[in-house]
Design a protein around this ligand. Sequence first.
Ligand code: ADP
Length: 441
Amino acid sequence: MTLIFASIEKHYTNEKKTLMLRQANIISINLFVNGFINDPSNTFVIDSIGKIVHGQIIVLDSRGIVIYDSNNLEIGKLYATEEALLSLQGQTKFYVNELKVGTVYTPVVDDKQDKVLGAIIITSSMEDIYNAIENMRSMSITLLFAIILLILVISYYFSGIITNPFKKLIHSINKITDGHIDKRVTIEGSYEIQQIGQAINHMTERLNEIDDSRQEFVANVSHELKTPLTSVNVLAESLLLQENVPEELYKEFLTDITNEINRETNIINDLLTLVKLDKKEYKLNIESVQLNELIELTLKRLKPLADMKNIEMIFESFREVTAEIDKTKITLAITNLVENAIKYNKEYGWIKVKLNSNYENAYISVKDSGVGIPKDIGDKIFQRFYRVDKARTRETGGTGLGLAIAQKAILMHHGWIKCDSEFSKGTTFTLSLPLKYYSNM
Ligand code: ADP
């Protein structure tokens, strides 16, 4: 800023200097032409120029004696300053003193004789320049403050536009964190903020869904655990309320009570298995396993169960398949599928288990000739406690957790499981397992 004003000041001072020199030149030429130096009484031209100059004009003769002074103060005196002497020697000088007065000294030269006839001194105040610069300086300071103020107001306004949606977003997130999970974020602000808002809303919806299914699961667990206990209670009470109960009835009721207790134990065991698999830190015990052997052994173990219903079990293996798996978990999954194929099959039915692979995955399918599953049920079959026919499951002693456990175990291996079924004709469960285990996708 100071630099700018210094250069403006320099510029105007130079302009003034040029003007004063020009004026001095005009006077000098006129004086020479009109022979003023020789005849100082002829002051018409110099007086006319003096009116334009706005300052003092002094004319010296060749000796330095004042022969003209526009203020009429110095006439006849010797003007013996250093600058005056220099101009009488033919030099032109310009000075500005501390009182901001500019003075130009210029010689009056007779060009033909190459002789200095005298000198002209023009003194003019530079105050107008300094005042103009001062005005400019105060105006620009005011302008600068106005601009700074404007910038502050604009940036405050714009920062508000940017930060307000964020503030609202944080407020909504805090509300959701405080437990108001039904609250949704208002979608506003720039495109990116809107995207964040939408992502938060989707996340909240998902959390709501998870919370709903958790509540449903807790309700299901309570119901499932209560049912056998209610049966036990009813059976025991009916025995207590009757007098002279025959021993056979005691035995029958106690057998029922034992069955209900076994059912309860099965549910608790399955729940514990699921809870264990659900744990994030649960580590699979991965080893290289020959799936042909694993399936054969599983079928051998389940043969007595199948024989009870005269069900024929066929194992069809297309090749030797070895995969990196947790043997216990995959045995559990296949056991659950084959057990279901027996449970939901008809007498003299059949079960076909097929094993195949490509260079990446193993494929296992369990096909039965059983009751089938209605088409509209779809993937709900894998939900915890979901049963197509509650009454039938009770007969078969299922917990409603077998498929959930099987699916969980397979997903943990980064595989998949699907169900194809034709109602009252039969069901096929197909699963795929990567041959090589990788800990994370
Ligand atoms: P459950 O202990 O009741 O068998 P699952 O989770 O193993 O529980 O199976 C869930 C439901 O899916 C069963 O109640 C049954 O209705 C149906 N289901 C499972 N496997 C079969 C199958 N092979 N054929 C027909 N229905 C099946």
